[in-house]
Write a protein that binds this ligand. Structure first.
Ligand SMILES: C[S@@+](CC[C@H](N)C(=O)[O-])C[C@H]1O[C@@H](n2cnc3c(N)ncnc32)[C@H](O)[C@@H]1O
Length: 217
């Protein structure tokens, strides 16, 4: 029986979305906000790192980082369709043996998972109501760095997300998007021992990369 989060994410991020995303990735490479995460992680100069990609979708982050920065990856995702697409792409890239795929709500399985050098969450906190539980568990797993993207706190994003959630309610679809307070996410990561090393903004998304204090020169 899947967790409630998995049920909601499975319905939202189903086979059609996964197929469209993998097609787009094969044609054009990683999305813009994903490239910001990749750039931030690559700039840390890590080699042979262990990666934990939470809510990795079709797996763009591990497909890319396994080519240079990472030696192995764990991909935890609440959507089985996304995980399947990520697995097929990993096999196509001859990475299959280096990725551990786990279908779960990360907060449910976090205590069973090992730590990693790098933790990433690309457009994930905005799909999850309890950002504190998600980010805290993610931070506890990060030995060296954590990079994530989330919607910017701007007037147009506040309106946009309200409109999306209004239509979700009309459709009686329980999936919601969340504009979590950036200052609280930042404070949580600092309490967990991280400091911010890069911050980039696009029109919709913001990317923050944190490193654990004292872990890098
Ligand atoms: C908007 S999609 C982003 C996918 C991918 N990271 C990207 O940027 O293309 C959000 C992803 O997060 C996953 N997700 C959301 N909450 C999660 C949780 N608590 N544990 C694991 N996966 C989660 C969803 O299943 C989905 O794959």
């Amino acid at each position: 029986m899947p967790c409630n989060c998995c049920q909601i994410e499975n319905d939202t991020f189903g086979e059609d979305t996964a197929k469209a995303d993998i097609k787009g990735y094969r044609k054009s490479g990683p999305a813009k906000q994903t490239k910001l995460i990749l750039g931030a992680i690559r700039s840390l100069g890590l080699k042979d790192a262990e990666l934990l990609d939470i809510g990795g979708g079709i797996g763009a982050i591990h497909h890319e980082l396994l080519d240079d920065v990472a030696k192995k990856a764990t991909h935890v995702d609440a959507s089985s369709a996304y995980l399947q697409a990520a697995k097929e792409e990993a096999a196509r890239r001859h990475h299959a043996e280096r990725v551990n795929f786990i279908h779960a709500d990360f907060t449910d399985v976090a205590s069973e998972l090992p730590k990693a050098d790098v933790v990433t969450l690309d457009r994930v906190v905005c799909c999850y109501p309890d950002f504190r539980a998600l980010l805290k568990a993610a931070a506890e797993h990060g030995r060296t760095a954590l990079a994530f993207t989330y919607p910017r706190e701007t007037w147009y994003m506040r309106i946009g997300l309200k409109v999306i959630n209004f239509f979700q309610r009309l459709r009686r679809d329980p999936f919601r998007v969340f504009l979590h307070p950036i200052s609280e996410m930042d404070a949580l990561l600092r309490r967990e021992g991280f400091e911010q090393v890069s911050l980039r903004q696009l029109f919709v998304w913001e990317m923050s990369c944190y490193q654990r204090k004292g872990q890098l020169p």
